[in-house]
Ligand binder design. Structure first.
Ligand SMILES: *[C@@H]1O[C@H](CO)[C@@H](O)[C@H](O)[C@H]1NC(C)=O
Ligand SMILES: *[C@@H]1O[C@H](CO)[C@@H](O)[C@H](O)[C@H]1NC(C)=O
Ligand SMILES: *[C@@H]1O[C@H](CO)[C@@H](O)[C@H](O)[C@H]1NC(C)=O
Ligand SMILES: *[C@@H]1O[C@H](CO)[C@@H](O)[C@H](O)[C@H]1NC(C)=O
Ligand SMILES: *[C@@H]1O[C@H](CO)[C@@H](O)[C@H](O)[C@H]1NC(C)=O
Ligand SMILES: *[C@@H]1O[C@H](CO)[C@@H](O)[C@H](O)[C@H]1NC(C)=O
Ligand SMILES: *[C@@H]1O[C@H](CO)[C@@H](O)[C@H](O)[C@H]1NC(C)=O
Length: 567
C-alpha cells in the first residue's frame, strides 16, 4: 500500500505536477535535551504512534464563551457545557476530517483512534510509512537512564493542502520533561517539641490555611484529580501509610477512587506520592482520581495523552492539578496555541486546571554570548490555567507568616498577551514595585504568572514505604491549592451551585477589592534568575498585592470560601 502511494507521489513529480509541502512547526526547537543519547535510526518496519491535532472550528466563539461563563458578573457565569456541547462547537469541519482520513488511508494508515471531540487522531504505523507521510522526518531511538523513546528531531513537512487541516503532529519533536522535586535540608533535624513543627505535614497546612478539622468534603458529586507523567506511579499502600501517620484529627480517604491509565508500576515516584498525599489531605474526604500517563509506547508524549483523555471522557473530576512544564522557547507557537485551546475546552466544561509555576524562579536563557533573558515556562504561562507558585515559612520551625520561596517560578509570557482579567493587577505591580529587573529580561506585555501560591518547602512524603523529609517545589504547593479549591467546590455543589471552573477572572475580580482577606499576601523575598552581572541571580521580588513571584498569595480558607459562596 505504502509503496503504491510513494510511487504515486513520485509519478506526480515525474510528470511535473508540483507536490508542495509546508512545515507545520517551523519554530519548534530541534535540540536534544541534555542526558539523551542517540542510539541510531529505527528500521522501517518498527512501529510508531503519532498524534494528529486536527484544526477545530469556532475557536473564537469558544474563547468568548469562556470569558462569559467564568465572569461572576455575567449572566452566563457557571453555565458550563458538557463535553458533547464543547464537541458540537469546536468539532473539526467534515472537510477537515475527510481530508485527513483520505491522506492517512492513501498511506495505508488504518490503525487510528479518535476522541469524543474528533479533534485528535492517534494512529500507529511503521516508521517507513511515517517517514513517507511526513517528508523530512527521520525516527531514531534515544535513551536516558532506563527511559527509551523514539523521536524525529528534524523538521517535518506535510502537503500544503493538509496545513489547513492540521495544527501539528505529536510524537516527533518534544522530549519528555523531567519533573523533579527538590530535596533541601538544613543540617541536623531538631526533635519536634511544643508548638514547633519539623517540616510541612497535613496538620501544618491545615493550621496555616485555617482549615478546621470539620473542613472536609461531603458532596457525593465532588471530585479532584492529579496528573502524573513518565515513570511516575503512586502506591496505594504509601498513601495508606501516609494517612496513618499524618491523617489524624480530620476525616479523610485513604484510597484513590480511579486510576486512568496503567495502575501501579514496580516503584513509586516521589512526585506522584507527594501529589496524591497532599491533594487528599487538603481536599480531605473528596473522591480523587489519578491520571497516569507513563510512556506506554516509545513515541508517546505523555502530556498530550493526558489532554486526549480529557477530550475523550464525558465525566471527569472538577479540579485537576498538574506539575509539568517546558520552556516556552523550546515549543512551537502552533503547539502552544493549540494546547491553550484545550484549556479553553476544559474551562468551558467548568474544570479548574492548576499548574505548578516551576522551580527555577524567573529562569534564564542565553540569547547570545553573555546576553541573557528570563525564561518563561509553558503551560504555566497559559492565560487559561491557574498557576501556583511557592512560599516558605518565615521561621521554618513555626507556623508563621510566609515569605517567597526563591525557587518559585514566575514571570511574563513571550507568546500569550496579557489577558484582560489581570491587567490592573499587573500594572499596579509594575508601577509601584521598588525595583524591577532590566526590561530586556522580560516582556511586560505578556501573560504574567503565577496567580496564587502555597507552601512549597520542606514537606514530608511517604514513597516506597519510606518516610522522606524536606521534599520541596511548586509540585507540592499545587495539589495543596487544588485541594482547597475542591473544598470550596464541595460547598458550592451542596448548595446546588456550579463548581468554580476557570478561576482567574473571578479571583482577580475578588482581589481587586483592597480589603480582600481571602489570600494571605506574600510581600517578602525575591526569586532566582540569571547568574550574570546585570541581575546577579535575582529575578522579580514579591510586593504588596499581586506579584510575579507568589501571585496574590496563599489561601485563607474561611475567607476564600466566604468570597466564593454567595449567601
Ligand atoms: C507493528 O504493529 C503490527 C500491527 O499492530 C504488528 O503486527 C507488528 O509486529 C509490529 N512490528 C513491530 C516491529 O513491533
Ligand atoms: C476514546 O474512547 C473510545 C471509547 O472509549 C476508545 O475506543 C478510543 O480508543 C479512545 N481514544 C483514544 C485516542 O484513546
Ligand atoms: C486565619 O489565620 C490568620 C493567621 O493565622 C488569623 O489571623 C485569622 O484570624 C484566621 N481566621 C480567619 C477567619 O481569617
Ligand atoms: C465523606 O464524603 C461522603 C460523600 O463522598 C459523605 O457521604 C460523607 O458523609 C462524608 N463524611 C463526613 C464525615 O462528612
Ligand atoms: C512579547 O510578547 C508579545 C505577546 O504578548 C509577543 O507578541 C512579542 O513577540 C513578545 N516579544 C518578545 C521579544 O518575545
Ligand atoms: C451535586 O449534588 C447536589 C445534591 O447533593 C445537587 O444539588 C447539585 O445540583 C449537583 N451538582 C452537579 C453539578 O451535579
Ligand atoms: C474596605 O475598607 C474601607 C476602609 O478601609 C471601607 O470604607 C470599605 O467599605 C471596605 N470595603 C469592603 C467591600 O468591605
Amino acid at each position: 500500500m505504502a509503496a503504491r502511494v510513494s510511487s504515486l507521489v513520485a509519478l506526480l513529480m515525474y510528470i511535473g505536477i508540483p507536490v508542495q509541502c509546508l512545515f507545520l512547526e517551523p519554530d519548534q526547537s530541534l535540540s536534544i535535551p541534555d542526558g539523551w543519547t542517540f542510539m541510531g535510526r529505527l528500521s522501517a518496519s518498527e512501529n510508531v504512534t503519532l498524534t494528529f491535532a486536527l484544526k477545530q472550528q469556532r475557536v473564537d466563539i469558544l474563547q468568548d464563551l469562556v470569558e462569559r461563563i467564568s465572569d461572576p458578573d455575567n449572566p452566563l457565569y457557571g453555565r458550563y457545557l458538557t463535553l458533547e456541547g464543547v464537541s458540537s462547537l469546536i468539532e473539526p469541519a467534515s472537510v477537515t476530517q475527510t481530508t485527513v482520513q483520505k491522506w492517512l488511508q492513501k498511506f495505508g494508515i488504518e490503525d487510528c483512534q479518535t476522541v469524543q471531540t474528533l479533534d485528535f487522531l492517534q494512529c500507529s504505523m511503521t516508521v517507513g510509512t511515517a517517514e513517507k507521510l511526513l517528508p523530512g522526518s527521520k525516527f531514531g531511538r534515544y535513551v536516558k537512564g532506563e527511559q527509551s523513546i523514539v523521536r524525529s528531531p528534524v523538521p517535518y513537512e506535510v502537503y500544503e493542502e493538509l496545513s489547513d487541516h492540521i495544527d501539528f503532529v505529536g510524537g516527533l519533536h518534544r522530549f519528555p520533561m523531567e519533573r523533579k522535586v527538590l530535596s533541601r535540608g538544613w543540617g541536623k533535624p531538631q526533635p519536634p517539641k511544643g508548638t514547633f513543627h519539623l517540616g510541612v505535614m497535613p496538620s501544618v497546612i491545615r493550621k496555616r490555611y485555617n482549615l478546621s478539622d470539620s473542613d472536609i468534603g461531603s458532596a457525593s458529586n465532588n471530585s479532584q484529580a492529579c496528573a502524573q507523567f513518565l515513570e511516575q506511579y503512586f502506591h496505594q499502600h504509601d498513601l495508606a501509610d501516609f494517612m496513618h501517620i499524618f491523617g489524624t484529627g480530620f476525616k479523610h480517604r485513604s484510597n484513590v477512587d480511579r486510576v486512568v491509565g496503567p495502575q501501579e508500576g514496580p516503584k513509586a515516584g516521589l512526585e506522584a506520592s507527594l501529589d496524591v498525599e497532599y491533594i487528599m489531605s487538603t481536599g480531605a474526604n473528596i473522591s480523587t482520581w489519578v491520571f497516569s500517563n507513563p510512556g506506554r509506547y516509545e513515541s508517546q508524549e505523555p502530556f498530550m495523552d493526558w489532554l486526549l483523555s480529557l477530550s475523550n471522557m464525558s465525566s471527569v473530576p472538577w479540579v485537576h492539578t498538574v506539575s509539568y512544564g517546558d520552556d516556552e522557547d523550546s515549543l512551537s507557537v502552533a503547539y502552544m496555541e493549540r494546547i491553550n485551546v484545550e484549556f479553553m475546552k476544559a474551562a468551558a466544561r467548568g474544570l479548574t486546571i492548576l499548574f505548578a509555576s516551576g522551580d527555577d524562579g524567573a529562569g534564564c536563557r542565553e540569547v547570545s554570548k553573555g546576553i541573557h533573558t528570563f525564561r518563561p515556562s509553558f503551560p504555566a504561562s497559559s492565560p487559561y490555567v491557574t498557576t501556583v507558585g511557592g512560599t516558605s515559612f518565615k521561621n521554618p520551625f513555626l507556623v508563621t507568616h510566609e515569605v517567597t520561596d526563591y525557587i518559585s517560578g514566575g514571570g511574563f509570557s513571550n507568546v500569550f498577551p496579557m489577558p484582560d482579567y489581570q491587567v490592573p493587577a499587573v500594572m499596579h505591580y509594575l508601577k509601584t514595585v521598588s525595583k524591577l529587573p532590566p526590561n530586556s529580561y522580560y516582556n511586560a506585555s505578556g501573560r504574567a504568572y503565577p496567580d496564587v501560591a502555597a507552601l512549597s518547602d520542606n514537606y514530608w512524603v511517604v514513597s516506597n514505604q519510606i518516610l522522606f523529609p524536606w521534599v520541596s517545589g511548586t509540585s507540592a504547593s499545587t495539589p495543596v491549592f487544588g485541594g482547597i479549591l475542591s473544598l470550596i467546590n464541595d460547598q458550592r455543589l451542596q448548595k446546588g451551585l456550579s463548581p468554580l471552573g476557570f478561576l482567574n477572572p473571578a479571583l482577580y475580580k475578588l482581589q481587586s477589592s483592597e480589603n480582600s482577606t481571602a489570600l494571605f499576601d506574600v510581600t517578602v523575598g525575591c526569586h532566582l534568575s540569571c547568574l550574570d552581572e546585570k541581575v546577579e541571580g535575582q529575578g522579580f521580588c514579591a510586593a504588596t498585592r499581586w506579584d510575579p513571584v507568589t501571585g496574590w498569595g496563599t489561601p485563607n480558607f474561611p475567607q476564600l470560601l466566604k468570597a466564593f459562596l454567595p449567601k
